[in-house]
Design a binder for this molecule. Sequence first.
Ligand code: ADP
Length: 354
Amino acid sequence: MSDELIQSVRESLQQIPDPETGRPLSKQIKSVEVDGDTIKADVGITTFALPIKSHFQQQVTDHLTSAFADHKIAVDITDYQRAAMPLGQVGLKAKAVIAVAAGKGGVGKSTAAVSLAMGLKKAGCSVGLLDADVYGPSLPHLTGTRGQVTKEGNKIIPLQSAGIPVMSIGFMIPPGEAVIWRGPMLHSAVTTFVRDTDWGELDYLIIDMPPGTGDIALSLSQLLPLTGAVIVCTPQEVALIDAIKAVGMFRKVKIPVLGLIENMSSFLCPDNGKSYDIFGKGGAKEYASQDKIPFLGEIPINIQLRERGDAGKMSDNFEDAEIAPYLEKIAFELTKCLAEKFAKEPVQAQLPVL
Ligand code: ADP
């Protein structure tokens, strides 16, 4: 009886898609045991899905509870390893490549990109951060990684911030120097970033895109399959109009729009505890729901967040009980949205290149 039950639990677990690939869990079902009236299952997930570990545990528990209602359910979620395969012609090893973009400058796109990367890193993912904002590279400033990159063999070694490899055009040009970019130069800079940089093996490569223009997005999408774009905007109507244009631009070049982040959502005054909606309220959320774009979360206006950005100490935001939950939620929502997307269109298994 118990063997049959174990077999049917295993079959039932196969209906749950792996959050990283959308494929059946298969080898990730490490063990299933029946102990009295309790079904115990040990299911593995990769570091890619760690931001949604508790959510996934609940999902598996709910699934088994409804399938085996006369048993108690105990689910353990443990580590499972799956290597990242080389992407596109450039051979970058990353499981997801996410472009963080905005319709215009100054909405906090770079702040959101760094926060997203650090939120994923804090949850246990392997993350890289690429500054493709060639017109105004601000990642060296925000991540406190000033200096020049070095080369080992024919690969550029990125600088490190809070355990995240960071690459920026800012490391290759003297600070304060203006560069005039032409199409072919842009393409070759982007190629250097993704092909000639030693990123190691990544779960996520987060790319801080230049505002507005589609040039870099096109160059990138010729080099590797972009998983999708995350658009950052403020609640202000003019910012929203630009964000809608950015969404249109990505759709035109067939890059999926994964979600919207609203920055500078409200200001909680430390003097009187009141919340002020300096740039208005709710517009971005409403637009996201109208256009069926997942809303990944909001970041309030926060003085410490700006100060830590200026000091290159953005990782300290995750120790701040007031701001950390907003940033952690964005990493959680992104991974959750990706898991839902992959569940609908599973990622094809790739054969490793020998
Ligand atoms: P963008 O990349 O869109 O040009 P940045 O991320 O560089 O914008 O942000 C511009 C400035 O605004 C930076 O000084 C940053 O620290 C600050 N900033 C961004 N978001 C917030 C926020 N939620 N609260 C306070 N300051 C912020």
